[in-house]
Design a protein around this ligand. Sequence first.
Ligand code: KG4
Length: 339
Amino acid sequence: MSITILGIESSCDDTSSSVIRDGVLLSNVIAGQAVHEAYGGVVPELASRAHQQNIIPVVSEAIKRAGIDKSELDAIAFTRGPGLMGSLLVGTSFAKGLSMSLNIPMIEVNHLQAHVLAHFIKDTPDDTDQPNYPFLCLLVSGGNSQIIKVNAYNDMEVIGQTIDDAAGEAFDKCAKVMGLGYPGGPIVNRLANEGNPKAFAFSKPHIPDYNYSFSGLKTSFLYTLRDRLAEDADFIEKNKADLCASLQATVVDILMDKLRKAAKDLHIKEVAIAGGVSANTGLRDAFHDHAKRFGWKIHIPKFAYTTDNAAMVAITGYYKYMDKEFCPMDAAPFSRVVL
Ligand code: KG4
């Protein structure tokens, strides 16, 4: 018997819905929110309003593109948290209404767990390129930088995480002080491709275990700009590409140093990346390089599954459905959480 899951994601500023049947993607619709660009960051109140406008068309389109009727759905998986409370409320409330009207169960999904499980989305029924357990996953986004040991779809251990800023935040904040747009990560990535990664040296943290810190790098970047701008008012304009390349190289080095240490200590050679920053081409190159040097089997998600999307919510829902892990109607969203 086939299992068909509708996924709904609304944790931040993307409204997304997806249909997955037996682990195979049938549709994945994402509506972004350009309204935040003018503010240089996500404005929670505006995000909730945009979700409210987008949710019905996005879900309808996902069902239509999947080529199914809503009566064929077996369950609705929705992101319960972490994320922005107002944004999460829109997706959660919609999931409740739809599950009641169709008389099918609801499945709550942890957004971070979903990012990791994005690696299990099959594009075709014979797609076998999924990680084997246990594997390590570097989860890097605007709000998280974690190394996760994934023992099973429902057994994940965070073995290291940032003690201050996330990697994406470091990209975004440094981009902001250079006067680049928002979100800064993709812009830094684009400019870095034309620059020299060794042009500037920024500080790297010395903290124990598998934890990360990016606040020192941010300060060191700021001080470099301050000192150089005092000598030359056009310093940023003249050195944009080199600044971006050096910043990106430093972030990638920091991320890979700890990941390499974890892989070595735990004797795990199967390694994945997930989250928005996993779109970074410098990080992807470093992964390929490590695969060659250390014999890692690497898993790099398609660009469509790096940022927030409902396909990852639907695949998580699919696994939970198989274990009959349904949630009650009074499930309320949560803004903060650990895995
Ligand atoms: O996972 P995500 O879409 O949202 C959450 O934070 O949940 O990640 C967004 C983050 C932003 O900080 C953005 O600047 C960063 O991912 N990002 C990138 C790239 N694409 C997105 N950072 C570096 N290089 C990229 N190509």
